[in-house]
Design a protein around this ligand. Structure first.
Ligand SMILES: [Zn+2]
Length: 348
């Protein structure tokens, strides 16, 4: 079979690769569409891969073409989305159902070979069956959307609250749509990119603010009658938006950090004091799993796509054959060249 194999920084080669076999308890998946995640950027261009050569890709959909010994819960022809975490079931956190927090897990597409390939073999538990009217493209978004849903799950998100979301990248735009579908009252979103903000408006945001424009914070507060937002969801992973969330939160509000941080953050005393003075709940979220594995997040993703409550069209930068993976990875090194999700078509 063919795969896009990473040999080093910005060195991806589309070449022949060993065909995987479905071991007992596993299924062999013919990959249809496979995404390039923000978390793949350090792996592909900043020396961040666990080993080389490696086939990345943990956000993908496909069709089961073979089942290994003992597999009764899946069958040939099932259309699936990949669930990339293979928990270490002996870890105490796994036993409590906190799979994302466990140690010693395997991860398809970063710790073991992944889905930038024509075929992947994986445990059947690592597949979620797609309903008929959920496309393979939507299936490739199950991994990122469950990141948003996990945050909402562990904070016991309730509808009827005003919500602020910072960062309108893939995760931000998915978080927005999940919060909308789950009954958020007013949603204000924040970014520096005008196009992304327009997409956010189309995808359900009530107020879209550019943080480069003067007076945005006053507008945001006025939108809630000066009270602030009961729920602030941070997906940008940059100091400006991290601090902004503490500022925008209503008294007793919850600030949820989803975005992976990339830079040091310095809080001035008055900024830190937001936490004290407003008695904020400041919390974080990691990955996308809960008990029973893989969790409510994945069931909810099925529901949201099945009911057409989430759109992905404008989240996609381009869809290209896997054979052109190196060109996409090369673009990651050019500022502004990639705006949104790159999807690889793995049959071409
Ligand atoms: Zn991802």
């Amino acid at each position: 079979m063919k795969a896009a194999v990473l040999y080093g920084d910005n060195d991806i080669r589309y070449e022949d690769w060993e065909m995987p076999q479905a071991e007992p308890g596993e299924v062999l998946v013919k990959v249809k569409e496979s995404g390039l995640c923000g978390s793949d950027i350090p792996r592909t261009i900043h020396g961040g891969a666990h080993f080389y050569p490696i086939v990345l890709g943990h956000e993908f959909s496909g069709e089961i073409v073979e089942t290994g010994e003992g597999v009764t819960e899946r069958k040939r022809g099932d259309r699936i989305a990949c669930v990339p975490l293979i928990p270490n079931r002996n870890d105490p956190q796994s036993q409590k159902g906190n799979y994302s927090l466990s140690k010693g897990y395997k991860f398809i597409g970063s710790r073991i070979q992944g889905g930038w390939a024509e075929y992947v073999a994986m445990p059947w538990e690592n597949t979620v069956v797609l309903p008929e009217n959920v496309s393979y493209t939507e299936g490739a978004f199950f991994e990122p959307i469950t990141v948003a849903l996990h945050a909402l799950n562990i904070m016991n998100f309730q509808g009827g609250r005003d919500v602020a979301i910072t960062g309108m990248g893939t995760i931000g735009l998915l978080t927005l749509q999940c919060a909308r579908a789950m009954g958020a009252r007013k949603i204000a979103v924040f970014d520096i990119d005008r196009e992304r903000l327009e997409t956010a408006r189309e995808y359900g945001a009530d107020l879209c603010l550019n943080t480069l424009e003067e007076g945005f914070k006053e507008k945001a507060m006025a939108f809630t009658g000066g009270v602030g937002y009961e729920v602030c969801l941070e997906t940008g992973g940059v100091p400006v938006t991290e601090i902004l969330c503490l500022d925008l939160a209503a008294p007793k509000g919850t600030v949820m950090f989803i975005g992976t941080p990339h830079k040091p953050v310095t809080l001035q005393p008055n900024e830190f004091e937001f936490i004290n003075r407003k008695e904020l709940h400041v919390t974080g979220s990691w990955m996308n799993y809960s008990a029973p594995f893989p969790g409510w997040e994945w069931e909810m993703a099925v529901y949201l796509f099945d009911k057409n409550l989430v759109k992905t069209e404008k989240l996609i930068d381009r869809k290209i054959p896997l054979s052109r993976a190196s060109e996409a990875v090369n673009d990651l090194t050019v500022p502004g060249a990639v705006k949104g999700k790159i999807l690889f078509e793995c049959e071409k």
